[in-house]
Design a protein around this ligand. Sequence first.
Ligand SMILES: NC(=O)c1ccc[n+]([C@@H]2O[C@H](COP(=O)([O-])OP(=O)(O)OC[C@H]3O[C@@H](n4cnc5c(N)ncnc54)[C@H](O)[C@@H]3O)[C@@H](O)[C@H]2O)c1
Length: 254
Amino acid sequence: MSTFPSRFSDKVALITGAASGIGRATAIRLAQEGASIMLADIDQAGLDATMATIVDNGGQADSLHFDATQNDSCIAAVEATVKRWGKLDIVGNIAGIVSFWHLHEITAEMWNRCMQINLTAPMIISREAMPHLIKTEGTIINMASSAGLGGQAYNATYAATKHGLVGLTKSLAVEFAKKNVRVNAICPGGVNTAINDKMRWPDDIEPSMLSRLMPLLDTMAEPEEIAGLFAQLASAESSFVTGATWQIDGGQLA
Ligand SMILES: NC(=O)c1ccc[n+]([C@@H]2O[C@H](COP(=O)([O-])OP(=O)(O)OC[C@H]3O[C@@H](n4cnc5c(N)ncnc54)[C@H](O)[C@@H]3O)[C@@H](O)[C@H]2O)c1
């Protein structure tokens, strides 16, 4: 057995969105490198699958039914993680939803739902986690998007949530820098996950606008590539990185 240290030995992570895609890949990557993971998601079958992959490979994980639409559930996710593992080092706010609409189709209900899941839940989780992260000099990584750095046609709701998440990231990085809590955002372009399979496109769209969604490279990213960047930012190798928005978008915004 190797005696090389793992980057996340003795670290505890709370990962939302852990049932699928980027969240699942991130949870598995951190577990591979020695972290104990609280897997949080609304999709129980997906949680069970992520849990099985980690535990069957000798990793440490537990899972929690988590609904980002409920503020109490955000609070409970942090409490359960600290109760289970005794502390908290890494928070990954990864759960999210997207759907494309013309402006005239956007209702207050769909706006508020997207805002709650993509932005309010990360804020509540960050607020609840912060006292624990101050103790461990831990870190928060928010899964924003290329839509958090530039406008996208038919995607105003999602882009507003992700721009908001970038603002939350930078503000918390500033506010807690003196406590040695680092806060960063990852801004992926297209990633090969279920979120794209479920995507709804509105009628009568202007095709030239879609070029702003496309990478310059030929392919989309795989979720494991985003997980690799997450692990790098969460590790001590990134101890001087805070308040950053990391593009991983195949040149989309270059
Ligand atoms: N895939 C992409 O192209 C892409 C690009 C940029 C940013 N992102 C962001 O990455 C994050 C992860 O997305 P993904 O691509 O892995 O998609 P995904 O659909 O595979 O995973 C999203 C996860 O969020 C969970 N979720 C949704 N609503 C929830 C709720 N109310 N409560 C709890 N969990 C809920 C889902 O169950 C799912 O497991 C999202 O925040 C998304 O906006 C994705």
